[in-house]
Design a protein around this ligand. Sequence first.
Ligand SMILES: [Zn+2]
Ligand SMILES: [Zn+2]
Ligand SMILES: [Zn+2]
Length: 264
Amino acid sequence: MKDLSKLPPLDSECKTLFINHMGLFTQGKDDWLEYSYKMEKLFARQRLCCITDEDKKKIFLAAMGAKSIKMAKAAVRPKSLEDVSITYEVLVESIEKYLYPKRDEAFYIKKFTMRTQWPGESFFHYVGALRKIIPNCRFSKKNQPSKLRNQIVSGIGESLKETINPNSVSLSQLFEVGLKWDKSINPEAPPRKRNHKAKINRVPKCFRCSVALSEHADEPCSFEWAVCSSCKVKGHLSIACKYKDIACNKCQGVGHVTKICKAK
Ligand SMILES: [Zn+2]
Ligand SMILES: [Zn+2]
Ligand SMILES: [Zn+2]
């Protein structure tokens, strides 16, 4: 495949490359889940050329054959495809609902196990996406954390995978390593709407994962299943622990509380 990221987003050549790479979507023949994930990955690779949601919608619609356009129209009814409220994301979701009216556990389990980390996607965002699918998979409550762990281990990108031992890493360790990896890839927080009155260095942070609260965008934290390695309390990560910088009374080591000190 040619490198799409070198082309301006709405270049007609870019559209052609997209179609060449994706092929036309044919209802009844192609698997929508596979197609839409493949498309997300392709768009993710193009992040460098700042492709907007609107561009994605245009390119995607241009890549659909006449029959599929009919299907897309039916999927968003009573709204029309041109409607501004039908964003790329809404469109993809509407088609999913339309093509899979009965979305049962098997559907969501497939969606879950197919969901890998997209190129350029943060670990934080990846875990959030998995956590959104997981309740629909109907795994038993007890099994959910290990299912999440296994999917993260197999789904993360190569550069992150290199830093873990897939056989022994725990979910909490994965969380810690993944969020650290995010910081190494993207040392500065992406620009956000800033409150003029707020002091820049006092960004409110999540008590569970220590990521800026604004990143959670009103959604529950994806890291609540963590067990803290500094104090062994459930529900937060060591990076967010209030004891992480306090020295242990017993061994004077930093990073754990006296109660769980292993020194004799
Ligand atoms: Zn959080
Ligand atoms: Zn803690
Ligand atoms: Zn100690």
